[in-house]
Design a protein. Structure first.
Length: 325
Protein backbone atom coordinates (compact mmCIF):
# COMPACT_ATOMS: atom_id res chain seq x y z
CA UNK A 1 0.00 0.00 0.00
CA UNK A 2 1.49 3.35 -1.02
CA UNK A 3 1.70 6.32 1.42
CA UNK A 4 -1.42 8.03 0.07
CA UNK A 5 -3.48 4.85 0.43
CA UNK A 6 -2.25 4.40 4.01
CA UNK A 7 -3.11 8.01 4.78
CA UNK A 8 -6.62 7.64 3.36
CA UNK A 9 -7.15 4.43 5.30
CA UNK A 10 -5.93 6.06 8.52
CA UNK A 11 -8.18 9.14 8.28
CA UNK A 12 -11.26 7.14 7.25
CA UNK A 13 -12.49 4.58 9.78
CA UNK A 14 -15.33 3.61 7.42
CA UNK A 15 -14.22 1.19 4.69
CA UNK A 16 -14.12 2.81 1.25
CA UNK A 17 -14.69 0.82 -1.94
CA UNK A 18 -11.39 0.13 -3.71
CA UNK A 19 -12.41 2.03 -6.85
CA UNK A 20 -13.46 5.05 -4.78
CA UNK A 21 -10.25 4.85 -2.77
CA UNK A 22 -8.30 4.92 -6.03
CA UNK A 23 -10.30 7.97 -7.07
CA UNK A 24 -9.56 9.78 -3.81
CA UNK A 25 -5.88 8.99 -4.26
CA UNK A 26 -5.99 10.58 -7.73
CA UNK A 27 -7.65 13.67 -6.25
CA UNK A 28 -4.65 14.13 -3.97
CA UNK A 29 -2.16 13.48 -6.76
CA UNK A 30 -3.78 15.70 -9.40
CA UNK A 31 -5.50 18.44 -7.40
CA UNK A 32 -3.67 18.98 -4.07
CA UNK A 33 -2.21 16.59 -1.49
CA UNK A 34 -2.94 19.00 1.36
CA UNK A 35 -6.65 18.21 1.01
CA UNK A 36 -6.06 14.87 2.74
CA UNK A 37 -5.32 16.64 6.01
CA UNK A 38 -8.59 18.61 5.94
CA UNK A 39 -11.28 17.30 8.30
CA UNK A 40 -14.07 15.59 6.38
CA UNK A 41 -12.02 15.05 3.21
CA UNK A 42 -13.13 11.47 2.61
CA UNK A 43 -16.66 11.95 3.99
CA UNK A 44 -17.35 14.89 1.68
CA UNK A 45 -15.67 13.48 -1.42
CA UNK A 46 -16.27 9.71 -1.37
CA UNK A 47 -19.78 9.90 -2.81
CA UNK A 48 -18.97 12.53 -5.49
CA UNK A 49 -15.82 10.64 -6.50
CA UNK A 50 -17.79 7.39 -6.81
CA UNK A 51 -20.45 9.19 -8.84
CA UNK A 52 -17.90 10.76 -11.20
CA UNK A 53 -16.04 7.48 -11.71
CA UNK A 54 -19.31 5.69 -12.47
CA UNK A 55 -20.12 8.42 -14.99
CA UNK A 56 -16.72 7.97 -16.67
CA UNK A 57 -17.36 4.21 -16.86
CA UNK A 58 -20.69 4.89 -18.60
CA UNK A 59 -18.97 7.19 -21.08
CA UNK A 60 -16.48 4.50 -22.02
CA UNK A 61 -19.23 1.88 -22.27
CA UNK A 62 -21.12 4.16 -24.68
CA UNK A 63 -18.23 4.29 -27.14
CA UNK A 64 -18.61 2.17 -30.29
CA UNK A 65 -16.57 -0.93 -30.91
CA UNK A 66 -13.06 -0.29 -32.25
CA UNK A 67 -12.61 0.05 -36.00
CA UNK A 68 -9.54 -0.97 -37.95
CA UNK A 69 -7.35 1.83 -39.25
CA UNK A 70 -5.10 0.87 -42.17
CA UNK A 71 -4.60 1.52 -45.87
CA UNK A 72 -7.13 -1.15 -46.89
CA UNK A 73 -9.81 0.41 -44.66
CA UNK A 74 -9.10 3.80 -46.18
CA UNK A 75 -10.34 2.41 -49.48
CA UNK A 76 -13.31 0.44 -48.12
CA UNK A 77 -14.58 2.10 -44.91
CA UNK A 78 -16.39 5.46 -45.36
CA UNK A 79 -15.51 6.71 -41.87
CA UNK A 80 -11.79 5.99 -42.28
CA UNK A 81 -11.87 7.58 -45.74
CA UNK A 82 -13.50 10.69 -44.26
CA UNK A 83 -10.97 10.94 -41.41
CA UNK A 84 -7.90 11.05 -43.67
CA UNK A 85 -7.22 13.02 -46.83
CA UNK A 86 -4.93 10.28 -48.16
CA UNK A 87 -3.90 6.79 -47.10
CA UNK A 88 -0.41 8.13 -46.37
CA UNK A 89 -1.88 10.35 -43.66
CA UNK A 90 -2.52 7.20 -41.61
CA UNK A 91 1.19 6.44 -41.50
CA UNK A 92 1.98 10.06 -40.68
CA UNK A 93 -0.38 9.91 -37.70
CA UNK A 94 1.22 6.69 -36.46
CA UNK A 95 4.73 8.08 -36.85
CA UNK A 96 3.83 11.29 -35.00
CA UNK A 97 2.33 9.51 -32.00
CA UNK A 98 4.68 9.44 -29.01
CA UNK A 99 2.35 7.05 -27.10
CA UNK A 100 2.52 4.60 -30.00
CA UNK A 101 6.32 4.78 -30.13
CA UNK A 102 6.51 4.15 -26.39
CA UNK A 103 4.05 1.26 -26.56
CA UNK A 104 5.87 -0.50 -29.40
CA UNK A 105 9.12 -0.24 -27.43
CA UNK A 106 7.58 -2.27 -24.58
CA UNK A 107 7.72 -6.10 -24.44
CA UNK A 108 3.90 -6.20 -24.11
CA UNK A 109 3.56 -5.04 -27.73
CA UNK A 110 4.98 -8.41 -28.84
CA UNK A 111 2.04 -10.31 -27.35
CA UNK A 112 -0.32 -9.43 -30.18
CA UNK A 113 -0.33 -8.57 -33.89
CA UNK A 114 -2.36 -5.45 -33.18
CA UNK A 115 -3.10 -2.96 -30.43
CA UNK A 116 -6.01 -0.77 -29.40
CA UNK A 117 -5.98 2.99 -28.92
CA UNK A 118 -8.22 6.03 -28.80
CA UNK A 119 -8.12 8.28 -31.83
CA UNK A 120 -9.00 11.94 -31.26
CA UNK A 121 -9.45 14.64 -33.89
CA UNK A 122 -11.09 18.00 -34.49
CA UNK A 123 -14.01 18.18 -36.92
CA UNK A 124 -14.19 21.16 -39.27
CA UNK A 125 -16.38 22.30 -42.14
CA UNK A 126 -14.97 24.36 -45.01
CA UNK A 127 -17.30 26.42 -47.17
CA UNK A 128 -16.46 26.19 -50.89
CA UNK A 129 -18.04 26.57 -54.32
CA UNK A 130 -18.17 23.29 -56.19
CA UNK A 131 -19.87 21.26 -58.88
CA UNK A 132 -23.10 19.38 -58.27
CA UNK A 133 -25.77 17.58 -60.25
CA UNK A 134 -29.11 19.35 -59.91
CA UNK A 135 -31.75 17.28 -61.62
CA UNK A 136 -30.32 16.51 -65.06
CA UNK A 137 -28.05 19.54 -65.08
CA UNK A 138 -24.46 19.85 -63.89
CA UNK A 139 -24.29 23.10 -61.95
CA UNK A 140 -21.13 25.01 -61.07
CA UNK A 141 -20.39 27.44 -58.26
CA UNK A 142 -22.71 25.53 -55.96
CA UNK A 143 -22.18 26.38 -52.25
CA UNK A 144 -20.88 23.26 -50.50
CA UNK A 145 -19.43 22.25 -47.15
CA UNK A 146 -16.35 20.04 -47.07
CA UNK A 147 -15.88 17.78 -44.06
CA UNK A 148 -12.32 17.84 -42.76
CA UNK A 149 -10.53 16.52 -39.68
CA UNK A 150 -7.43 17.99 -38.08
CA UNK A 151 -5.19 17.39 -35.05
CA UNK A 152 -5.50 13.64 -35.41
CA UNK A 153 -3.88 11.88 -32.45
CA UNK A 154 -3.56 8.35 -31.13
CA UNK A 155 -3.76 8.07 -27.35
CA UNK A 156 -3.65 5.35 -24.69
CA UNK A 157 -2.45 2.34 -26.72
CA UNK A 158 -3.21 -0.97 -25.03
CA UNK A 159 -2.63 -4.63 -25.81
CA UNK A 160 -6.30 -5.64 -25.60
CA UNK A 161 -9.76 -4.11 -25.41
CA UNK A 162 -10.15 -4.63 -21.66
CA UNK A 163 -6.91 -2.78 -20.95
CA UNK A 164 -7.92 -0.04 -23.39
CA UNK A 165 -11.24 0.49 -21.61
CA UNK A 166 -9.54 0.60 -18.22
CA UNK A 167 -7.10 3.23 -19.50
CA UNK A 168 -9.96 5.27 -20.96
CA UNK A 169 -11.90 5.21 -17.70
CA UNK A 170 -8.86 6.38 -15.78
CA UNK A 171 -8.06 9.08 -18.34
CA UNK A 172 -11.64 10.38 -18.28
CA UNK A 173 -11.61 10.77 -14.50
CA UNK A 174 -8.15 12.35 -14.60
CA UNK A 175 -9.49 14.77 -17.21
CA UNK A 176 -12.19 15.90 -14.79
CA UNK A 177 -9.64 16.41 -12.02
CA UNK A 178 -7.25 18.32 -14.27
CA UNK A 179 -10.08 20.60 -15.34
CA UNK A 180 -10.70 21.41 -11.67
CA UNK A 181 -6.97 21.77 -10.97
CA UNK A 182 -6.70 24.29 -13.82
CA UNK A 183 -9.61 26.20 -12.30
CA UNK A 184 -7.77 26.36 -8.95
CA UNK A 185 -4.56 27.50 -10.61
CA UNK A 186 -6.43 30.27 -12.40
CA UNK A 187 -8.05 31.35 -9.11
CA UNK A 188 -4.62 31.51 -7.47
CA UNK A 189 -3.27 33.61 -10.33
CA UNK A 190 -6.24 35.95 -9.96
CA UNK A 191 -5.48 36.27 -6.23
CA UNK A 192 -1.89 37.24 -7.00
CA UNK A 193 -3.07 39.81 -9.53
CA UNK A 194 -5.43 41.33 -6.97
CA UNK A 195 -2.60 41.57 -4.45
CA UNK A 196 -0.45 43.40 -6.99
CA UNK A 197 -3.30 45.73 -7.89
CA UNK A 198 -3.96 46.55 -4.24
CA UNK A 199 -0.30 47.31 -3.53
CA UNK A 200 -0.20 49.54 -6.61
CA UNK A 201 -3.24 51.48 -5.39
CA UNK A 202 -1.70 51.86 -1.94
CA UNK A 203 1.50 53.17 -3.50
CA UNK A 204 -0.49 55.70 -5.51
CA UNK A 205 -2.27 56.86 -2.36
CA UNK A 206 1.00 57.20 -0.47
CA UNK A 207 2.47 59.25 -3.32
CA UNK A 208 -0.15 61.97 -2.84
CA UNK A 209 0.64 64.90 -0.56
CA UNK A 210 -0.49 64.24 3.00
CA UNK A 211 -2.98 67.05 2.85
CA UNK A 212 -4.71 65.57 -0.20
CA UNK A 213 -5.07 62.01 1.05
CA UNK A 214 -8.17 62.69 3.12
CA UNK A 215 -9.98 64.13 0.08
CA UNK A 216 -9.34 60.94 -1.87
CA UNK A 217 -10.88 58.12 0.19
CA UNK A 218 -9.42 54.75 -0.80
CA UNK A 219 -12.73 53.22 -1.88
CA UNK A 220 -11.01 51.21 -4.59
CA UNK A 221 -8.55 49.80 -2.06
CA UNK A 222 -11.40 48.82 0.24
CA UNK A 223 -13.12 47.03 -2.65
CA UNK A 224 -9.89 45.22 -3.49
CA UNK A 225 -9.49 44.16 0.13
CA UNK A 226 -12.97 42.68 0.11
CA UNK A 227 -12.33 40.79 -3.14
CA UNK A 228 -9.06 39.52 -1.72
CA UNK A 229 -10.80 38.25 1.42
CA UNK A 230 -13.39 36.43 -0.67
CA UNK A 231 -10.77 34.98 -3.01
CA UNK A 232 -8.58 33.87 -0.10
CA UNK A 233 -11.53 32.15 1.58
CA UNK A 234 -12.43 30.31 -1.64
CA UNK A 235 -8.88 28.91 -1.86
CA UNK A 236 -8.89 27.36 1.61
CA UNK A 237 -8.87 23.53 1.64
CA UNK A 238 -12.36 23.16 3.11
CA UNK A 239 -13.81 25.50 0.48
CA UNK A 240 -11.96 23.66 -2.30
CA UNK A 241 -13.29 20.32 -1.08
CA UNK A 242 -16.86 21.64 -1.10
CA UNK A 243 -16.43 23.08 -4.59
CA UNK A 244 -14.81 19.89 -5.86
CA UNK A 245 -17.64 17.80 -4.42
CA UNK A 246 -20.17 19.91 -6.34
CA UNK A 247 -18.08 19.69 -9.50
CA UNK A 248 -17.71 15.89 -9.36
CA UNK A 249 -21.41 15.43 -8.58
CA UNK A 250 -22.20 17.03 -11.97
CA UNK A 251 -19.54 15.56 -14.27
CA UNK A 252 -21.71 15.88 -17.37
CA UNK A 253 -21.21 19.66 -17.28
CA UNK A 254 -17.46 19.20 -17.80
CA UNK A 255 -17.42 16.08 -19.97
CA UNK A 256 -20.15 14.99 -22.38
CA UNK A 257 -20.31 12.44 -25.19
CA UNK A 258 -22.74 12.95 -28.07
CA UNK A 259 -23.43 10.78 -31.13
CA UNK A 260 -22.96 12.39 -34.55
CA UNK A 261 -24.42 11.13 -37.83
CA UNK A 262 -23.39 12.65 -41.16
CA UNK A 263 -23.70 11.88 -44.84
CA UNK A 264 -20.60 12.61 -46.89
CA UNK A 265 -19.39 11.85 -50.42
CA UNK A 266 -16.07 10.22 -51.28
CA UNK A 267 -14.71 13.69 -52.05
CA UNK A 268 -15.71 14.95 -48.59
CA UNK A 269 -18.80 17.00 -49.49
CA UNK A 270 -21.38 17.02 -46.71
CA UNK A 271 -24.93 16.18 -47.76
CA UNK A 272 -28.06 17.80 -46.38
CA UNK A 273 -31.37 16.15 -45.60
CA UNK A 274 -32.91 16.93 -49.01
CA UNK A 275 -31.06 14.19 -50.81
CA UNK A 276 -27.73 12.44 -51.12
CA UNK A 277 -25.27 12.12 -53.98
CA UNK A 278 -24.92 8.59 -55.42
CA UNK A 279 -21.51 8.13 -53.80
CA UNK A 280 -22.54 9.48 -50.39
CA UNK A 281 -22.28 7.25 -47.32
CA UNK A 282 -23.36 7.65 -43.73
CA UNK A 283 -20.68 7.94 -41.08
CA UNK A 284 -21.28 7.69 -37.33
CA UNK A 285 -18.96 8.69 -34.52
CA UNK A 286 -18.97 10.14 -31.01
CA UNK A 287 -17.96 13.69 -30.16
CA UNK A 288 -16.61 14.64 -26.76
CA UNK A 289 -17.37 18.10 -25.39
CA UNK A 290 -15.26 19.42 -22.50
CA UNK A 291 -16.00 22.17 -19.99
CA UNK A 292 -14.51 24.87 -22.23
CA UNK A 293 -16.84 23.70 -25.05
CA UNK A 294 -14.04 22.38 -27.20
CA UNK A 295 -15.14 19.35 -29.19
CA UNK A 296 -13.14 16.34 -30.33
CA UNK A 297 -14.28 13.20 -32.01
CA UNK A 298 -13.20 10.16 -30.01
CA UNK A 299 -12.95 6.84 -31.77
CA UNK A 300 -11.67 3.51 -30.44
CA UNK A 301 -9.41 2.00 -33.08
CA UNK A 302 -7.34 -1.10 -33.71
CA UNK A 303 -3.91 -0.76 -35.35
CA UNK A 304 -1.72 -3.48 -36.79
CA UNK A 305 1.66 -3.49 -35.07
CA UNK A 306 3.58 -4.18 -38.28
CA UNK A 307 2.02 -1.15 -40.01
CA UNK A 308 2.82 1.04 -37.02
CA UNK A 309 6.42 -0.15 -36.95
CA UNK A 310 6.72 0.38 -40.70
CA UNK A 311 5.45 3.95 -40.32
CA UNK A 312 7.94 4.65 -37.53
CA UNK A 313 10.79 3.23 -39.60
CA UNK A 314 9.88 5.36 -42.63
CA UNK A 315 9.77 8.45 -40.43
CA UNK A 316 13.18 7.59 -38.97
CA UNK A 317 14.69 7.14 -42.45
CA UNK A 318 13.17 10.42 -43.60
CA UNK A 319 14.73 12.25 -40.65
CA UNK A 320 18.13 10.70 -41.35
CA UNK A 321 17.94 11.68 -45.01
CA UNK A 322 17.09 15.27 -44.05
CA UNK A 323 20.12 15.36 -41.76
CA UNK A 324 22.36 14.14 -44.59
CA UNK A 325 21.05 16.89 -46.85
Amino acid sequence: MNPLSRLLTWISPTPIAPDTLAGLRRVLEVVDRVLAMTPGFEDKLSAPVAQARAYCARLVAALPLPIDIDRQCFASAPLVHALFATADDIGDMLAASAPVREYLAEPASRRSDSFYALMAARRMEKKVLGVAIQGNVIATDVPQSLLQFSNRMLLLPAVDLEAAHAALRAASFDGLLRTFAEHIEQARENYKSLLSERELERARLRSRPVGERASFPPRHIDALDERLRQQFASLQPDALIAELATFLAQPEEALRLDPVELWVTRSGVLQNGDGHAPDAARIDFMELTSRDRRRHIVLPVRIRCDEAREALEKAREARENMMLL
